[in-house]
Design a binder for this molecule. Structure first.
Ligand code: ASP
Length: 439
Protein backbone atom coordinates (compact mmCIF):
# COMPACT_ATOMS: atom_id res chain seq x y z
CA UNK A 1 0.00 0.00 0.00
CA UNK A 2 1.09 3.58 -0.65
CA UNK A 3 1.15 6.53 1.68
CA UNK A 4 -2.06 7.81 3.21
CA UNK A 5 -2.51 11.38 4.36
CA UNK A 6 -5.18 11.82 7.00
CA UNK A 7 -6.80 15.10 7.97
CA UNK A 8 -8.86 15.26 11.14
CA UNK A 9 -11.48 17.97 11.53
CA UNK A 10 -12.33 20.00 14.62
CA UNK A 11 -14.97 17.67 16.07
CA UNK A 12 -12.59 14.72 15.60
CA UNK A 13 -10.13 16.57 17.85
CA UNK A 14 -12.46 18.37 20.21
CA UNK A 15 -11.11 16.78 23.42
CA UNK A 16 -9.00 13.97 24.87
CA UNK A 17 -11.67 11.34 24.19
CA UNK A 18 -11.51 12.26 20.51
CA UNK A 19 -7.74 12.18 20.53
CA UNK A 20 -7.82 8.60 21.81
CA UNK A 21 -10.11 7.70 18.89
CA UNK A 22 -7.82 9.23 16.31
CA UNK A 23 -4.81 7.48 17.86
CA UNK A 24 -6.60 4.15 17.49
CA UNK A 25 -7.39 4.94 13.87
CA UNK A 26 -3.77 5.83 13.13
CA UNK A 27 -2.34 2.90 15.08
CA UNK A 28 -4.60 0.56 13.10
CA UNK A 29 -3.31 1.80 9.76
CA UNK A 30 0.45 1.93 9.30
CA UNK A 31 -0.02 3.53 5.87
CA UNK A 32 -1.08 6.79 7.51
CA UNK A 33 2.21 8.68 7.53
CA UNK A 34 1.12 12.31 7.64
CA UNK A 35 -1.62 13.76 9.80
CA UNK A 36 -3.14 17.22 9.37
CA UNK A 37 -5.11 18.65 12.25
CA UNK A 38 -7.74 21.34 12.70
CA UNK A 39 -8.10 23.28 15.93
CA UNK A 40 -10.37 21.64 18.53
CA UNK A 41 -13.99 22.07 17.52
CA UNK A 42 -17.22 21.88 19.47
CA UNK A 43 -17.63 19.14 22.11
CA UNK A 44 -21.36 19.77 22.36
CA UNK A 45 -23.84 21.95 20.53
CA UNK A 46 -23.47 25.09 22.64
CA UNK A 47 -19.68 24.79 22.87
CA UNK A 48 -17.23 27.11 21.11
CA UNK A 49 -14.68 26.16 18.48
CA UNK A 50 -11.18 27.13 19.58
CA UNK A 51 -10.74 29.08 16.33
CA UNK A 52 -13.81 31.18 17.16
CA UNK A 53 -12.42 31.84 20.65
CA UNK A 54 -9.14 32.96 19.09
CA UNK A 55 -10.90 35.33 16.72
CA UNK A 56 -12.73 36.46 19.85
CA UNK A 57 -9.60 37.42 21.80
CA UNK A 58 -8.26 39.33 18.84
CA UNK A 59 -11.55 41.26 18.58
CA UNK A 60 -11.55 41.88 22.35
CA UNK A 61 -8.00 43.17 22.23
CA UNK A 62 -8.78 45.43 19.27
CA UNK A 63 -11.72 46.89 21.17
CA UNK A 64 -9.61 47.36 24.31
CA UNK A 65 -11.69 44.82 26.17
CA UNK A 66 -10.20 42.27 28.59
CA UNK A 67 -9.49 38.98 26.86
CA UNK A 68 -7.87 36.93 29.66
CA UNK A 69 -11.00 34.96 30.45
CA UNK A 70 -11.39 33.87 26.84
CA UNK A 71 -7.71 33.00 26.68
CA UNK A 72 -8.02 30.96 29.89
CA UNK A 73 -10.80 28.93 28.27
CA UNK A 74 -8.54 28.21 25.29
CA UNK A 75 -5.62 27.24 27.52
CA UNK A 76 -7.74 24.98 29.66
CA UNK A 77 -9.07 23.18 26.57
CA UNK A 78 -5.49 22.19 25.72
CA UNK A 79 -4.29 21.68 29.29
CA UNK A 80 -7.16 19.37 30.23
CA UNK A 81 -6.57 17.36 27.08
CA UNK A 82 -2.90 16.87 27.93
CA UNK A 83 -3.59 16.12 31.58
CA UNK A 84 -6.17 13.43 30.79
CA UNK A 85 -3.89 11.77 28.27
CA UNK A 86 -0.74 12.09 30.36
CA UNK A 87 0.98 14.09 27.64
CA UNK A 88 4.08 15.73 29.05
CA UNK A 89 4.40 18.94 27.14
CA UNK A 90 4.98 22.37 28.61
CA UNK A 91 3.06 24.89 26.55
CA UNK A 92 3.52 27.82 28.94
CA UNK A 93 6.17 29.39 26.67
CA UNK A 94 3.83 29.03 23.69
CA UNK A 95 0.92 30.63 25.57
CA UNK A 96 3.14 33.49 26.68
CA UNK A 97 4.36 34.01 23.15
CA UNK A 98 0.80 34.23 21.82
CA UNK A 99 -0.08 36.87 24.42
CA UNK A 100 3.11 38.81 23.72
CA UNK A 101 2.35 38.78 20.01
CA UNK A 102 -1.24 39.82 20.66
CA UNK A 103 -0.04 42.71 22.80
CA UNK A 104 2.36 43.71 20.05
CA UNK A 105 -0.27 43.93 17.35
CA UNK A 106 -0.27 40.39 15.93
CA UNK A 107 -2.57 39.94 12.95
CA UNK A 108 -5.93 38.23 13.08
CA UNK A 109 -4.56 35.43 10.89
CA UNK A 110 -1.69 34.77 13.28
CA UNK A 111 -3.96 34.59 16.33
CA UNK A 112 -6.54 32.41 14.53
CA UNK A 113 -3.84 29.98 13.39
CA UNK A 114 -2.70 29.20 16.93
CA UNK A 115 -5.52 26.68 17.46
CA UNK A 116 -4.13 24.41 14.77
CA UNK A 117 -0.55 25.11 15.85
CA UNK A 118 -1.06 24.12 19.50
CA UNK A 119 -3.27 21.18 18.59
CA UNK A 120 -0.63 19.83 16.21
CA UNK A 121 2.07 20.11 18.89
CA UNK A 122 -0.08 18.08 21.29
CA UNK A 123 -1.19 15.53 18.69
CA UNK A 124 2.38 15.00 17.48
CA UNK A 125 3.56 14.37 21.02
CA UNK A 126 0.67 12.00 21.71
CA UNK A 127 1.17 9.99 18.52
CA UNK A 128 4.96 10.02 18.71
CA UNK A 129 5.13 11.73 15.29
CA UNK A 130 7.33 14.67 14.31
CA UNK A 131 5.76 18.12 14.44
CA UNK A 132 6.22 20.23 11.32
CA UNK A 133 5.01 23.79 11.30
CA UNK A 134 2.76 24.65 8.35
CA UNK A 135 4.50 28.04 8.23
CA UNK A 136 7.51 26.20 6.78
CA UNK A 137 5.46 24.33 4.19
CA UNK A 138 2.57 26.42 2.88
CA UNK A 139 3.68 29.56 1.06
CA UNK A 140 1.90 32.79 0.18
CA UNK A 141 3.33 35.85 -1.58
CA UNK A 142 3.57 39.34 -0.01
CA UNK A 143 0.02 40.10 -1.07
CA UNK A 144 -1.32 36.92 0.46
CA UNK A 145 -1.78 34.94 -2.74
CA UNK A 146 -1.22 31.25 -2.39
CA UNK A 147 1.95 29.96 -4.10
CA UNK A 148 1.13 26.57 -5.47
CA UNK A 149 4.42 25.34 -6.89
CA UNK A 150 6.64 26.63 -4.10
CA UNK A 151 4.35 24.99 -1.59
CA UNK A 152 4.37 21.69 -3.43
CA UNK A 153 8.18 21.65 -3.71
CA UNK A 154 8.56 22.67 -0.10
CA UNK A 155 6.27 19.99 1.28
CA UNK A 156 7.85 17.28 -0.90
CA UNK A 157 11.38 18.27 0.16
CA UNK A 158 10.71 18.69 3.86
CA UNK A 159 8.47 15.66 4.34
CA UNK A 160 10.90 13.40 2.51
CA UNK A 161 13.00 13.69 5.65
CA UNK A 162 10.24 12.66 8.02
CA UNK A 163 8.63 9.27 8.06
CA UNK A 164 5.70 10.37 10.21
CA UNK A 165 4.56 13.90 10.89
CA UNK A 166 1.71 15.96 12.26
CA UNK A 167 1.10 19.25 10.46
CA UNK A 168 -1.27 22.01 11.55
CA UNK A 169 -3.91 22.80 8.93
CA UNK A 170 -5.40 26.14 7.91
CA UNK A 171 -2.33 28.38 7.56
CA UNK A 172 1.01 29.07 5.95
CA UNK A 173 3.34 32.03 5.78
CA UNK A 174 4.33 35.00 3.64
CA UNK A 175 7.94 35.79 2.62
CA UNK A 176 8.30 38.10 5.65
CA UNK A 177 7.38 35.18 7.91
CA UNK A 178 3.93 36.55 8.73
CA UNK A 179 1.18 33.96 9.08
CA UNK A 180 -1.61 33.83 6.52
CA UNK A 181 -4.66 31.59 6.84
CA UNK A 182 -6.87 30.04 4.20
CA UNK A 183 -10.58 30.76 4.47
CA UNK A 184 -12.57 29.05 7.25
CA UNK A 185 -12.48 25.27 7.09
CA UNK A 186 -9.14 25.56 5.30
CA UNK A 187 -7.43 22.62 7.01
CA UNK A 188 -9.05 20.50 4.31
CA UNK A 189 -6.91 22.39 1.81
CA UNK A 190 -3.69 21.79 3.76
CA UNK A 191 -4.49 18.06 3.80
CA UNK A 192 -5.03 18.01 0.04
CA UNK A 193 -1.79 19.92 -0.59
CA UNK A 194 0.19 17.50 1.55
CA UNK A 195 -1.46 14.51 -0.14
CA UNK A 196 -0.49 15.85 -3.55
CA UNK A 197 3.09 16.74 -2.62
CA UNK A 198 3.87 13.33 -1.13
CA UNK A 199 2.03 11.49 -3.93
CA UNK A 200 -0.41 9.88 -1.50
CA UNK A 201 -2.44 6.91 -2.60
CA UNK A 202 -5.46 8.37 -0.88
CA UNK A 203 -6.33 11.50 1.07
CA UNK A 204 -8.47 10.56 4.04
CA UNK A 205 -10.63 13.32 5.41
CA UNK A 206 -11.90 12.33 8.87
CA UNK A 207 -14.97 14.15 10.08
CA UNK A 208 -18.16 13.58 12.07
CA UNK A 209 -20.27 12.07 9.28
CA UNK A 210 -19.72 8.96 7.18
CA UNK A 211 -19.46 10.89 3.92
CA UNK A 212 -22.37 11.77 1.69
CA UNK A 213 -25.95 10.57 1.70
CA UNK A 214 -27.81 10.09 -1.57
CA UNK A 215 -30.05 12.90 -0.42
CA UNK A 216 -31.04 14.79 2.71
CA UNK A 217 -32.32 12.11 5.16
CA UNK A 218 -34.71 14.66 6.66
CA UNK A 219 -36.50 14.57 3.31
CA UNK A 220 -36.09 10.91 2.42
CA UNK A 221 -35.80 9.05 5.73
CA UNK A 222 -34.37 5.82 4.30
CA UNK A 223 -31.87 7.63 2.05
CA UNK A 224 -28.87 5.42 1.53
CA UNK A 225 -25.28 6.38 1.98
CA UNK A 226 -23.07 7.09 -1.07
CA UNK A 227 -20.06 4.80 -1.07
CA UNK A 228 -18.56 5.98 -4.37
CA UNK A 229 -18.84 9.28 -6.16
CA UNK A 230 -16.82 10.86 -8.97
CA UNK A 231 -15.28 14.31 -8.77
CA UNK A 232 -17.63 15.46 -11.54
CA UNK A 233 -20.71 14.24 -9.69
CA UNK A 234 -19.52 15.85 -6.48
CA UNK A 235 -19.05 19.17 -8.25
CA UNK A 236 -22.57 19.09 -9.61
CA UNK A 237 -24.03 18.15 -6.24
CA UNK A 238 -21.96 20.83 -4.49
CA UNK A 239 -23.40 23.46 -6.83
CA UNK A 240 -26.73 22.38 -5.46
CA UNK A 241 -25.64 22.85 -1.89
CA UNK A 242 -24.41 19.40 -0.84
CA UNK A 243 -21.06 19.82 0.89
CA UNK A 244 -18.76 18.20 3.41
CA UNK A 245 -15.40 19.38 2.13
CA UNK A 246 -13.88 22.82 1.55
CA UNK A 247 -14.25 23.43 -2.20
CA UNK A 248 -10.61 24.43 -2.64
CA UNK A 249 -9.49 21.13 -1.17
CA UNK A 250 -10.80 19.21 -4.16
CA UNK A 251 -8.57 20.74 -6.81
CA UNK A 252 -5.10 19.70 -5.57
CA UNK A 253 -6.15 16.12 -4.91
CA UNK A 254 -8.05 15.80 -8.16
CA UNK A 255 -5.28 17.38 -10.23
CA UNK A 256 -2.86 14.79 -8.89
CA UNK A 257 -5.30 11.92 -9.47
CA UNK A 258 -5.58 11.23 -5.75
CA UNK A 259 -8.92 9.92 -4.49
CA UNK A 260 -10.40 11.51 -1.38
CA UNK A 261 -12.03 9.33 1.22
CA UNK A 262 -14.46 10.89 3.68
CA UNK A 263 -14.41 8.90 6.92
CA UNK A 264 -16.23 9.15 10.23
CA UNK A 265 -14.10 9.31 13.39
CA UNK A 266 -17.09 8.10 15.40
CA UNK A 267 -17.54 5.07 13.14
CA UNK A 268 -14.17 4.11 11.68
CA UNK A 269 -15.38 0.75 10.40
CA UNK A 270 -17.93 2.46 8.14
CA UNK A 271 -16.65 2.52 4.54
CA UNK A 272 -17.26 6.28 4.20
CA UNK A 273 -17.41 7.89 0.75
CA UNK A 274 -14.66 7.51 -1.83
CA UNK A 275 -14.32 10.31 -4.39
CA UNK A 276 -12.57 9.19 -7.58
CA UNK A 277 -11.96 10.53 -11.08
CA UNK A 278 -13.62 7.62 -12.89
CA UNK A 279 -16.66 5.61 -11.91
CA UNK A 280 -15.44 2.65 -9.87
CA UNK A 281 -16.24 -0.79 -11.27
CA UNK A 282 -18.53 -1.73 -8.38
CA UNK A 283 -20.66 1.32 -9.00
CA UNK A 284 -21.03 0.89 -12.75
CA UNK A 285 -24.74 0.16 -12.83
CA UNK A 286 -25.96 2.89 -10.55
CA UNK A 287 -28.15 5.40 -12.37
CA UNK A 288 -28.13 8.22 -9.86
CA UNK A 289 -25.42 8.98 -7.34
CA UNK A 290 -27.13 11.81 -5.52
CA UNK A 291 -30.12 14.13 -5.33
CA UNK A 292 -29.76 17.68 -4.09
CA UNK A 293 -31.56 20.95 -4.31
CA UNK A 294 -31.69 24.58 -3.38
CA UNK A 295 -34.42 27.08 -2.75
CA UNK A 296 -34.32 30.81 -3.30
CA UNK A 297 -34.60 31.30 -7.06
CA UNK A 298 -36.87 33.33 -9.29
CA UNK A 299 -38.04 32.05 -12.64
CA UNK A 300 -38.92 34.32 -15.55
CA UNK A 301 -41.15 32.70 -18.14
CA UNK A 302 -41.09 34.63 -21.41
CA UNK A 303 -43.48 33.99 -24.29
CA UNK A 304 -42.70 35.20 -27.76
CA UNK A 305 -43.63 33.70 -31.08
CA UNK A 306 -40.91 32.47 -33.47
CA UNK A 307 -37.90 33.17 -31.29
CA UNK A 308 -35.52 31.77 -33.90
CA UNK A 309 -36.47 34.58 -36.31
CA UNK A 310 -35.16 37.21 -33.91
CA UNK A 311 -31.39 37.00 -34.34
CA UNK A 312 -30.53 39.14 -31.35
CA UNK A 313 -33.00 37.43 -29.02
CA UNK A 314 -30.49 35.71 -26.74
CA UNK A 315 -28.17 38.70 -26.54
CA UNK A 316 -31.05 40.97 -25.55
CA UNK A 317 -32.42 38.40 -23.14
CA UNK A 318 -29.09 37.93 -21.37
CA UNK A 319 -28.50 41.70 -21.54
CA UNK A 320 -31.70 42.48 -19.64
CA UNK A 321 -30.29 40.54 -16.68
CA UNK A 322 -26.63 41.46 -17.10
CA UNK A 323 -27.43 45.18 -17.29
CA UNK A 324 -28.88 44.92 -13.80
CA UNK A 325 -26.10 42.77 -12.46
CA UNK A 326 -28.23 39.63 -12.11
CA UNK A 327 -26.53 36.34 -12.68
CA UNK A 328 -28.42 33.85 -14.83
CA UNK A 329 -28.25 30.37 -13.33
CA UNK A 330 -30.20 28.64 -16.12
CA UNK A 331 -31.57 29.65 -19.47
CA UNK A 332 -33.70 27.32 -21.51
CA UNK A 333 -35.68 28.05 -24.61
CA UNK A 334 -38.12 26.44 -26.97
CA UNK A 335 -39.78 27.66 -30.17
CA UNK A 336 -42.10 30.18 -28.54
CA UNK A 337 -40.86 30.54 -25.02
CA UNK A 338 -37.80 30.94 -22.87
CA UNK A 339 -37.19 30.37 -19.18
CA UNK A 340 -34.57 32.17 -17.14
CA UNK A 341 -33.68 31.22 -13.56
CA UNK A 342 -31.81 33.68 -11.33
CA UNK A 343 -31.06 33.78 -7.59
CA UNK A 344 -33.87 35.63 -5.83
CA UNK A 345 -31.38 37.67 -3.85
CA UNK A 346 -29.98 39.23 -7.02
CA UNK A 347 -33.25 40.61 -8.43
CA UNK A 348 -35.28 41.90 -5.52
CA UNK A 349 -35.97 45.54 -6.30
CA UNK A 350 -34.92 45.19 -9.95
CA UNK A 351 -37.57 42.75 -11.06
CA UNK A 352 -39.98 45.31 -12.52
CA UNK A 353 -37.24 46.97 -14.54
CA UNK A 354 -36.16 43.63 -15.90
CA UNK A 355 -39.73 42.76 -16.87
CA UNK A 356 -40.07 46.17 -18.61
CA UNK A 357 -36.88 45.49 -20.57
CA UNK A 358 -38.09 42.08 -21.58
CA UNK A 359 -41.29 43.62 -22.99
CA UNK A 360 -39.52 46.58 -24.62
CA UNK A 361 -36.36 45.08 -25.99
CA UNK A 362 -37.44 41.54 -26.73
CA UNK A 363 -40.96 42.43 -27.72
CA UNK A 364 -42.10 39.59 -25.48
CA UNK A 365 -45.81 38.83 -25.63
CA UNK A 366 -46.03 37.77 -22.05
CA UNK A 367 -43.64 37.70 -19.11
CA UNK A 368 -44.45 35.92 -15.89
CA UNK A 369 -42.22 35.90 -12.82
CA UNK A 370 -42.37 33.16 -10.21
CA UNK A 371 -40.62 33.93 -6.93
CA UNK A 372 -39.77 31.24 -4.46
CA UNK A 373 -38.61 28.68 -6.96
CA UNK A 374 -36.49 25.69 -6.01
CA UNK A 375 -34.07 23.75 -8.18
CA UNK A 376 -33.78 20.03 -7.64
CA UNK A 377 -31.06 17.97 -9.28
CA UNK A 378 -30.45 14.30 -9.85
CA UNK A 379 -26.80 13.62 -10.56
CA UNK A 380 -25.19 10.42 -11.78
CA UNK A 381 -22.73 9.30 -14.45
CA UNK A 382 -25.02 6.28 -14.92
CA UNK A 383 -27.81 8.45 -16.35
CA UNK A 384 -25.98 8.90 -19.63
CA UNK A 385 -26.15 5.23 -20.51
CA UNK A 386 -29.76 4.67 -19.48
CA UNK A 387 -32.39 6.00 -21.87
CA UNK A 388 -35.67 7.48 -20.72
CA UNK A 389 -34.55 9.08 -17.44
CA UNK A 390 -35.94 12.45 -18.48
CA UNK A 391 -39.32 10.99 -19.40
CA UNK A 392 -39.45 8.97 -16.20
CA UNK A 393 -38.89 12.08 -14.09
CA UNK A 394 -41.44 14.09 -16.05
CA UNK A 395 -44.05 11.32 -15.77
CA UNK A 396 -43.52 10.87 -12.05
CA UNK A 397 -43.88 14.60 -11.38
CA UNK A 398 -47.01 14.83 -13.53
CA UNK A 399 -48.51 11.85 -11.72
CA UNK A 400 -47.89 13.62 -8.39
CA UNK A 401 -49.43 16.84 -9.69
CA UNK A 402 -46.18 18.77 -9.28
CA UNK A 403 -45.87 21.64 -11.74
CA UNK A 404 -42.45 22.17 -13.24
CA UNK A 405 -41.18 25.42 -14.67
CA UNK A 406 -38.25 23.76 -16.37
CA UNK A 407 -36.63 20.37 -16.77
CA UNK A 408 -33.14 20.32 -18.11
CA UNK A 409 -30.73 17.51 -18.79
CA UNK A 410 -27.10 18.53 -19.37
CA UNK A 411 -25.39 17.61 -22.64
CA UNK A 412 -23.35 14.94 -20.94
CA UNK A 413 -26.60 13.67 -19.48
CA UNK A 414 -25.05 13.21 -16.05
CA UNK A 415 -27.38 15.67 -14.38
CA UNK A 416 -31.04 16.50 -14.58
CA UNK A 417 -32.38 19.70 -13.08
CA UNK A 418 -35.99 20.52 -12.35
CA UNK A 419 -37.39 23.90 -11.32
CA UNK A 420 -40.45 23.72 -9.07
CA UNK A 421 -42.25 26.00 -6.65
CA UNK A 422 -40.55 26.23 -3.26
CA UNK A 423 -43.56 24.67 -1.56
CA UNK A 424 -43.07 21.51 -3.66
CA UNK A 425 -39.36 21.21 -2.92
CA UNK A 426 -39.32 18.20 -0.58
CA UNK A 427 -42.13 16.44 -2.44
CA UNK A 428 -40.17 16.80 -5.70
CA UNK A 429 -37.05 15.22 -4.21
CA UNK A 430 -39.12 12.34 -2.84
CA UNK A 431 -40.90 11.85 -6.15
CA UNK A 432 -37.76 11.86 -8.30
CA UNK A 433 -35.98 9.69 -5.75
CA UNK A 434 -38.79 7.14 -5.95
CA UNK A 435 -38.87 7.25 -9.74
CA UNK A 436 -35.15 6.74 -10.23
CA UNK A 437 -33.91 5.00 -7.13
CA UNK A 438 -36.68 2.63 -5.99
CA UNK A 439 -37.54 1.45 -9.48
N1 ASP B 1 -10.01 25.86 12.49
C1 ASP B 1 -10.35 26.51 11.24
C2 ASP B 1 -11.82 26.84 11.22
O1 ASP B 1 -12.51 26.67 12.20
C3 ASP B 1 -9.92 25.72 10.06
C4 ASP B 1 -10.44 24.32 9.97
O2 ASP B 1 -10.94 23.78 10.93
O3 ASP B 1 -10.33 23.74 8.88
O4 ASP B 1 -12.30 27.30 10.22
Amino acid sequence: MGIKVAKFGGTSLADDIQLVKIKNIIDDDPDIKYVIVSAPGKRFRADNKVTDLLYGIKAQKDSNLPYDQTFDIIKSRFDVMMMHLGIKLDLSGEYKNIIDQLENGATKDYIASRGEYLNALITAKYLGFDFIDAADLIMFDERGRFLEEETNDNIAAILSEHEHAVIPGFYGSKPNGKIKTFSRGGSDITGALVARAVGAEVYENWTDVSGFMITDPRIVPNARHIEYITYRELKELSHMGASVLHEDAIYPARAAGIPIKIKNTELPSHPGTLITEEVVEKNKDRIVTGFAGRKGFALFSIKKRAIEEDKGFYRKLAGAFEDRDCQIVHLLSGEDSAVVVVPNSSIEEKRLDIVDDLYDQLRAENVEVFDDVALVAAVGEGMKTIPGVYEKVLDSLTAEGIETGMIFQGLRRTNLIVAVLGKDYSRTIRTIYKALENK
